[in-house]
Design a protein around this ligand. Structure first.
Ligand SMILES: [Zn+2]
Length: 136
């Protein structure tokens, strides 16, 4: 799914993509894990695999030094998935660790592939990273 800069951001903010997550995709640092979570969801929606990799903590299980393989995997996933809607359920933050519980409404080949996850984020040198998550 390709998204125009003037269409509404898929992260659920009600703002245009160019006034919302695109700013993060262009280099602005999310001030908290919630903004990072939103911007990662919209990065999947626009197929920005680089952003996903850049915002993944190196201790994440999918973190691989074979960047090309990882890029291809993300691109494939983005290719056959529609990222319809993100709903934030809860956001907690204690110092350098944060949890975001969300519902992602996805479809793959026309079939519902939605899930609910509690994601964990860590702040390293002032920058938030996704580290892992559990399905609820
Ligand atoms: Zn957004």
């Amino acid at each position: 799914m390709k998204i125009s800069v003037n269409s509404k951001c898929v992260c659920g903010s009600d703002k245009k993509y160019k006034k919302c997550c695109k700013e993060f995709h262009d280099g602005k640092l999310p001030k908290n894990a919630l903004d990072l979570m939103r911007s990662r969801f919209s990065a999947y929606a626009v197929g920005n695999a680089d952003y996903i990799i850049q915002t993944t903590h190196k201790d994440n299980i999918e973190f691989t030094h074979n960047r090309q393989t990882w890029l291809n995997d993300i691109n494939n996933f983005c290719e056959y998935t529609d990222f319809n809607k993100l709903t934030i359920i809860e956001h907690t933050e204690i110092q350098n660790e944060s949890f975001v519980t969300f519902k992602a409404k996805l479809t793959q080949n026309g079939l519902d592939a939605s899930f609910t996850e509690k994601s964990r984020f860590l702040k390293v040198e002032g920058k938030w990273y996704y580290i892992d998550g559990v399905f609820l």
